[in-house]
Design a protein around this ligand. Structure first.
Ligand code: HXC
Length: 283
């Protein structure tokens, strides 16, 4: 049994090794909202392991601090700033603090999100607005405040290319999702922001703007909130790959989009869900 379990761990760690060169993001500076937990923390960690310096923005200082310590313990340059993406002053302060610390900004990842399950009849307009404010307006606000530093030729940046924006979205608005009207509306807006900025800021400033739409990913706040038991039993029947995704899967997609491997990809939201959103029961 012990040998079996050792093999199992070996297999996991082999599977989890990155196929990218460890220096693929060398010298890059990345700022991640929601970067202290869940998918955001995994992207922070993998970006750091691939050479990037990391700045994390999150509402809860203790969680931000512990994420920063865990990155630093891996030898990753990391700094954390408490702030709420709903507050434009926080957004501005955090972007400016990142510049003060590292001298430039290359990659902005918008991973902060709000979520809870509620039927439309029980959802107050303020509850709807709250999730729109975090996911949609928050994403726009961060992009808006970061623009001057992401432009081609901005201070500290090499003059031959602009920066990168990555927006974490979802697939639930491609069809419809029970008890998620606020999140579906908010993520639809995020995808529109991704496309419109890709067009306008790609053209004017050489900034690439893309998104990632994760499916059900194990060990995340989203999965804990959205009923893991149901996903494991019912949804598995219609899940093409018959398994949940891992945070690692999203982080690898993020490295692809944020590095030169994705240099001609602009305005797309990459679905990383094992094919779940388009699946149907066999009969
Ligand atoms: C109904 C709720 C509610 C709930 C909040 N509200 N929680 N309504 N059911 N469970 C309503 C409140 O009643 C209020 O409206 C309004 O929302 C604001 O509530 P506050 O508590 O003041 O807001 P705030 O403290 O700012 O918190 C907002 C929050 C946020 C959205 C609850 O704290 C949050 O979600 N944190 C968790 C982050 C998280 O889980 N991230 C992972 C996301 S996963 P009224 O009218 O009463 O004033 C994800 C996956 C997406 O995004 C897709 C997966 C398929």
């Amino acid at each position: 049994d012990e040998i079996k379990s050792r093999f199992f761990h070996l297999q996991i760690s082999l599977e989890m090794e990155s196929p990218f060169k460890p220096e693929i993001l060398k010298g890059k500076v990345a700022l991640l909202t929601g970067g202290a937990s869940g998918i955001g923390l995994e992207i922070s960690t993998q970006f750091g392991k691939h050479g990037a310096s990391i700045a994390i923005m999150g509402r809860r200082k203790t969680i931000v601090d512990s994420a920063v310590s865990s990155l630093q313990s891996l030898g990753i340059p990391a700094v954390g700033f408490a702030g709420d993406v709903r507050n434009q002053k926080d957004a501005k302060r955090v972007v400016e603090s990142t510049i003060e610390r590292y001298g430039k900004l290359d990659i902005l990842v918008n991973a902060a999100a709000g979520n809870f399950l509620v039927s439309p009849e029980d959802l107050s307009p303020n509850g709807f607005r709250t999730v729109m404010d975090i996911d949609s307006v928050g994403t726009f606000t961060m992009c808006h405040e970061a623009l001057n530093y992401l432009k081609k030729g901005a201070a500290g940046r090499s003059s031959d290319s602009g920066g990168i924006i990555l927006n974490i979205s979802a697939t639930l608005h491609y069809t419809a999702a029970w008890y998620q009207i606020h999140v579906a509306a908010a993520k639809a807006a995020v995808d529109a922001i991704t496309r419109n900025l890709a067009l306008e800021w790609g053209t004017d400033y050489d900034i690439r703007v893309n998104g990632i739409a994760p499916g059900p990913i194990s060990d995340t706040p989203g999965m804990r909130k959205l009923g893991p038991d149901e996903i494991k039993s019912k949804s598995r029947e219609v899940m093409p790959l018959f398994k949940l995704g891992e945070k690692w899967d999203i982080a690898m997609a993020a490295i692809y989009l944020a590095s030169d491997t994705g240099k001609y990809v602009n305005g797309t939201t990459l679905i990383v869900d094992g094919g779940l959103w388009l699946s149907r029961p066999r009969h």
